[in-house]
Write a protein that binds this ligand. Structure first.
Ligand code: DX5
Ligand code: ZN
Length: 232
């Protein structure tokens, strides 16, 4: 994975057809998705259960680009190797999921994956102050994790603070939750470069009719790029 701060759109398969994950990944990538965001939930760290390493392994052959795995599980350490073997390019753990974040991040990199840390809305930017050299991505939650289709919680102040803390390190700032063409400019202007979107990408389309996926992705990307001054 090469690093640049161009705007990337990462559809979350939480909003996809659960009976057709492989076809949905292929369809949304063909319609312009940069990454595929995979929301793993355990019913313990968050009040919902989704899927695990077996689903990641099953969809891996259908994803040409980056598989961005977001672990909303606690503990996460016992499962890191399973997600790495399943083909994750990025594994993101929550800062709130356990007492040894530094060790978890080192373990992810030790498995050959890029390491991400996710921050719930109430968690301050300072939570990553001592692991900035152990990470490749910070996922700023703009909803309380567990479900798609929720309303955006404004975290632009935290995004700006993180952008300052990162400096010129090759660390992505990812926004996760409630991203739409209306909210994307706010976070892009504050310094975010990866935008996760579930309902705003998958709405109106299907594997049989994926064109709306492309329209939705283009609308989010254009709104974000306009806010960053990048000519569309
Ligand atoms: C929530 C997940 C998000 C969610 C995004 O716990 O981490 O990735 O699926 O869905 P939307 O874009 O619909 O808010
Ligand atoms: Zn997510």
């Amino acid at each position: 994975m090469s690093f640049d701060r161009s705007i990337k759109i990462a559809p979350s398969i939480l909003a996809a057809d659960f009976a057709a994950f492989g076809a949905e990944c292929a369809a949304v990538e063909a319609q312009g998705a940069d990454w595929i965001h995979v929301d793993v939930m355990d019913g313990h760290f968050v009040p919902n259960i989704t899927f695990g390493p077996a689903t990641c392994a099953a969809i891996r052959p259908h994803i040409r680009g980056v598989m961005d795995v977001h672990l909303m599980i606690a503990p996460a350490d016992p499962y890191l190797a399973g997600f790495a073997q399943a083909g994750a390019d990025i594994i993101t753990v929550h800062a709130e999921a356990g007492p040894h974040l530094h060790r978890s991040l080192q373990a992810i990199r030790g498995l050959g994956c890029k390491a991400g840390v996710a921050l719930n809305p109430a968690t301050p930017a300072s939570a990553v102050a001592h692991v900035l050299d152990e990470i490749d991505l910070i996922c700023v939650m703009t909803v309380n994790p567990g479900f798609g289709g929720q309303s955006f919680i404004d975290m632009t102040g935290k995004v700006r603070e993180l952008r300052q803390m990162i400096g010129n390190r090759a660390v992505h700032i990812e926004i996760d939750g409630g991203v739409t063409p209306e909210t994307a400019p706010l976070v892009a202007a504050a310094g975010a470069d990866v935008l996760v979107a579930g309902s705003a990408v998958f709405k109106g389309g299907s594997v049989a009719d994926p064109a709306p996926y492309g329209e939705n992705i283009r609308a989010i990307r254009a709104a974000a790029e306009k806010a960053t001054g990048v000519m569309a």
